[in-house]
Design a protein around this ligand. Structure first.
Ligand SMILES: [Zn+2]
Ligand SMILES: [Zn+2]
Length: 332
């Protein structure tokens, strides 16, 4: 089911990556009959890579259909994905929770449906309750032009806390940003609500991998060596209910800017980092997206950087299921 992918960059990685693609794809197929609520199997076989779970996927990037989205999963060896609606369309992609639920009914073994609705609408919590009744498993992608300390956003986080849900938040500081104020306001939620899993995503989240964070109007994609002591290391270390979503250009930029630092960052936070793609491409080979597939790019990068297969299993699937189910890293 997986096409022969171009896994060129490092000659020495090839054999391992070939094995990775075959194994994750084969096990992906095998796992499709598993209930998403079950713990992934295979802990007694530390050398095997388990099926891949993508924590961040949308359907209609560039008008991609539900079927094409499933094909993208097939071609990237992805067994299951958290599919995240964006109901207001702020930020460019409009995807309704109803569409995600429709896709879930067509492909219940492949799609883990999230929901999202405008926190500024007066019936927000009622709608979220209805989506929960219909099978949704979490909230995301939370992406609206509101500051992070907006009380209506707190009500949604509290809802997640009551219902043992995760929430994926797009953190982007600056005038046109979303949920601004991570450095000032995130810890308040982590302290107050310890059941909800907050999954951090996007530019400002990842800029905080480093202790020095440039002003958001200068750049949202800082490059070059990371200064140790960043906010992410501190918060992930102190709060087991905080997770990091490695998807998209923001995740890849942060993880690839200083590989030596990243190796340690992954080691310190290995139970809280989630593989994700946010990939808009059509075919798992970058079609429609200038030849880049975020899923393959990150799979190859992590497989090249991390040699411990049990850590790769955490990154590629177990942490996502842990964030979904509510097992904190202190369980292990
Ligand atoms: Zn996204
Ligand atoms: Zn892709």
């Amino acid at each position: 089911m997986s096409r022969n992918r171009s896994l060129e960059p490092q000659h020495s990685r090839r054999a391992f990556l070939k094995e990775l693609s075959v194994t994750s794809c084969a096990l992906g197929l095998a796992s499709l009959s598993l209930n998403a609520a079950e713990e992934p199997s295979g802990s007694d076989e530390p050398d095997k890579l388990e099926s891949l779970v993508d924590c961040h996927l949308h359907i209609n990037h560039f008008d991609r259909s539900i079927e094409q989205t499933i094909q993208h999963m097939d071609q990237t060896g992805t067994a299951k994905a958290f599919v995240l609606p964006l109901e207001t369309g702020e930020g460019g992609v409009l995807l309704r929770s109803e569409t995600v639920l429709h896709a879930y009914h067509l492909y219940p073994e492949r799609i883990i449906p999230f929901c999202q609705t405008d926190i500024r609408s007066p019936d927000c919590l009622e709608r979220l309750s209805a989506y929960r009744q219909l099978g949704c498993r979490g909230i995301g992608e939370q992406k609206e032009h509101v500051p992070l300390n907006d009380k209506r956003l707190e009500a949604v986080i509290e809802f997640c806390d009551e219902h043992n849900w995760p929430i994926t938040i797009h953190f982007q500081d600056g005038a046109g940003g979303f949920n601004q104020g991570l450095a000032d306001h995130l810890e308040y939620y982590l302290k107050k609500y310890q059941t909800v899993r907050i999954i951090g995503h996007a530019q400002t989240w990842w800029a905080n991998i480093s202790e020095d964070v440039p002003d958001s109007d200068k750049t949202l994609y800082p490059k070059g060596p990371v200064v140790p002591g960043g906010l992410l290391d501190r918060l992930l270390g102190e709060y087991p209910n905080l997770y990091g979503d490695m998807s998209a250009g923001s995740g890849f930029n942060a993880l690839s800017r200083d590989e030596e630092f990243t190796a340690g960052f992954i080691e310190r936070n290995s139970k809280q980092l989630l593989f994700g793609s946010d990939c808009p491409c059509l075919d798992g080979e970058g079609q429609g997206f200038q030849g880049t597939c975020y899923s393959m790019q990150l799979q190859n990068f992590l497989a090249g950087l991390v040699s411990d297969k049990s850590v790769l299993n955490d990154l590629f699937s177990r942490n996502a299921l842990r964030a979904l189910e509510g097992h904190t890293s202190s369980d292990e």
